[in-house]
Design a protein around this ligand. Structure first.
Ligand SMILES: [Zn+2]
Length: 472
C-alpha cells in the first residue's frame, strides 16, 4: 500500500472512522467535570496504589460488558491477581503488534491492579492515512476507568510508531505552553503548578515522550511528569487546527490555517501574586530573541514597548513576540519627547499600529503606550489614543548596564502588582533575566503582561490615563 497525500487534502478525506465505541468515549469525556470550554484536561494522580478503585464483589465479566463486535475484534482473556480480565483488540492488525499490546496491558495491569474482581479493556481506534491510533481503556465492573493506554500502529509495517514522530521541532515550545496552561487551568496540581520545579519539568525539551491518540478534531496527549517524588499522569487535548501546523510534511496532512497570528495561551491565577516585566526601546534582534527564550523557560510573559523604526527592521521578531504570548505596546515611532512642542503627536501615536498591521496582516492590535522618558503632560493625556503605562520599579538598567545590579534592583524591591522597567536594548538587561525570572518564580510571582495584570486586578484601563502598578 503506497499512500501519498496532497498538502491541502482535507483531513476528513483521509480519515476512516472505524466501527468502535469511540462516541461513547467522547461522551464520557464530555461529562468530565474538569472540562472547561472545548478543552479537556484529565489529570490523574498516581500515587502508590491510588489509581485503583475499590473492591466490588463480582466473579465474572458481566454479559453487558462483552464487546458486541465479532468479526473485527479479538480478545485475550486471562486472570490477573485473581481478577478475571479481558483485553479486546482489533483483529485487522492481528499480528504481533496487537498481541504484544494486549500482553503489555496484561502485564501492566498485573503490577498496578489490586482488589478488583473483573477487568475489561476495550479499545477505540482511528485510522489516519497509514496510521492506526489506538486507545485502550481499562474499566472495572462498575465501568470506573482504571487506566488508559495509547499506541500507534503503522498499518504498512505493523510496527509501533512513537507519538513524537509526527511533529516538527517547533512543536515542543507550543506544546510546553499548552501543557502548562491546561494543568494550571485545571487547578489539579495546586501550588505545584506554579513552582520552579514544575516549569523546569515542562520545558519543550522535556516533553518529547507521550502517548498520542488522534482523531479528526484533536490530538489527545498523555504524559507522565515526575514532580516532588510523585508520578503525575497528565492528559492534554489540542485541537487539530492548532496541531496541524506542526506536523511534519510527509506525515499526517491537514489543511493548515494560514493566519500569521496564533499566540500561545497563558494562564493567570488572579489570586496569586504577579508582576509585569516591561521592555522598552526594542526590538533588537539578538537581545529580544534571547529574552523570549529565557522567559519561555518559566512560562513568563512580558510586555515589549517597541519603537516603530525598529519594528520595521525586525518584523519577524515582532511576530515572534506576539505568537509566544507576549504583549506588544507602543513606545512611539522614534522616541521623541511627546511633551515637546513641534512633535507630530498623531504620527507618533498611529505609525506603530500601521507597522504592526502590516506585519500581522491586520490581526494584532496595540493597546498600550509607554511615553518615551515617561514624559507626559495634559496635552498627551487628552490626546493619547492609548492608556499610558508607566512603572513602579525602575531598575536603572540603562545606567548600571550590569546584570547583577539589575537583578538586585528587582529582587530587593519587588512587590506584588509591580510594573518593572527594563530595556531589551541592552544585553546586560536581557542577561539579568537568567537569574531574575527563576528568582521571581521562586518568590511566588507569576510573570504576566501589563494587560493581564490589569485584567487580573479588575482595572479597566482608559485612554490618556497613566498606570504604574496594580496592587491587590
Ligand atoms: Zn525609551
Amino acid at each position: 500500500m503506497n499512500i501519498t497525500y496532497k498538502k491541502l487534502s482535507l483531513f476528513r478525506h483521509i480519515l476512516t472512522k472505524t466501527e468502535t465505541n469511540y462516541d461513547k468515549m467522547k461522551v464520557r469525556k464530555k461529562g468530565d467535570e474538569m472540562k472547561k470550554g472545548k478543552w479537556i484536561l484529565l489529570v490523574l494522580l498516581i500515587l502508590t496504589g491510588l489509581a485503583l478503585v475499590p473492591v466490588i464483589k463480582k466473579q465474572l465479566i458481566p454479559e453487558g460488558l462483552r464487546n458486541s463486535r465479532n468479526e473485527d475484534v479479538s480478545a485475550l482473556r486471562f486472570e490477573v491477581n485473581d481478577a478475571k480480565a479481558v483485553v479486546f483488540y482489533p483483529k485487522n492488525i492481528e499480528t504481533e503488534f496487537s498481541l504484544n499490546m494486549a500482553q503489555f496491558i496484561k502485564d501492566d495491569l498485573a503490577n498496578s491492579v489490586d482488589q478488583v474482581e473483573t477487568l475489561k479493556v476495550d479499545f477505540n481506534q482511528y485510522e489516519i492515512g497509514k496510521y492506526l491510533f489506538l486507545s485502550f481503556d481499562a474499566v472495572d465492573e462498575q465501568d470506573h476507568l482504571i487506566k488508559t493506554y495509547r499506541t500507534i500502529c503503522n498499518l504498512e509495517t505493523h510496527e509501533k510508531v512513537e507519538g513524537n514522530a509526527f511533529f516538527q521541532d517547533s512543536f515542543y515550545e507550543f506544546f510546553s505552553t499548552e501543557v502548562r496552561y491546561q494543568i494550571k487551568e485545571s487547578g489539579i496540581l495546586g501550588d505545584l503548578a506554579f513552582s520552579r520545579e514544575f516549569y523546569e519539568k515542562t520545558t519543550g525539551s522535556n516533553l518529547h515522550e507521550f502517548e498520542l491518540f488522534m482523531d479528526e478534531e484533536s490530538g489527545l496527549f498523555s504524559l507522565v511528569l515526575c514532580l516532588s517524588d510523585q508520578e503525575v499522569l497528565v492528559e492534554v487535548e489540542i485541537a487539530m487546527e492548532q496541531l496541524a501546523s506542526y506536523f511534519k510534511e510527509d506525515e499526517v496532512m491537514y489543511q493548515v490555517n494560514d493566519s500569521v497570528v496564533h499566540p500561545v495561551r497563558h494562564y493567570v491565577d488572579p489570586e496569586r501574586p504577579m508582576v509585569a516585566l516591561t521592555f522598552d526601546d526594542g526590538p533588537v534582534r539578538q537581545n529580544t530573541l534571547i529574552a523570549l527564550e529565557l522567559l519561555d523557560l518559566y512560562d513568563a510573559k512580558g510586555t515589549f514597548f517597541m519603537l516603530g523604526f525598529r519594528m520595521e527592521r525586525n518584523p519577524d521578531v515582532v511576530l515572534d513576540v506576539i505568537n509566544r504570548g507576549h504583549e506588544v505596546g507602543s513606545h512611539t515611532y522614534n522616541h521623541p519627547y511627546l511633551t515637546k512642542s513641534g512633535t507630530n503627536l498623531n504620527y507618533q501615536y498611529s505609525r506603530n499600529q500601521e507597522i504592526l498591521s502590516e506585519i500581522t496582516s491586520g490581526e494584532a492590535e496595540i493597546r498600550l503606550l509607554r511615553p518615551p522618558y515617561g514624559s507626559v503632560n495634559q496635552t498627551v493625556k487628552s490626546t493619547s489614543p492609548y492608556p499610558l503605562v508607566m512603572w513602579s520599579l525602575d531598575t536603572r538598567d540603562w545606567d548600571t548596564l550590569d546584570a547583577g545590579a539589575t537583578h538586585d534592583a528587582i529582587m530587593n524591591n519587588v512587590k506584588d502588582g509591580d510594573i518593572i522597567l527594563l530595556h531589551d536594548l541592552h544585553e546586560s538587561s536581557v542577561e539579568s533575566l537568567r537569574t531574575v525570572v527563576p528568582a521571581l518564580i521562586e518568590a511566588g510571582y507569576q510573570l504576566v503582561t501589563v494587560s493581564e495584570l490589569m485584567e487580573a486586578r479588575g482595572i479597566e484601563m482608559k485612554n490618556g490615563v497613566t498606570y504604574s502598578k496594580a496592587r491587590k
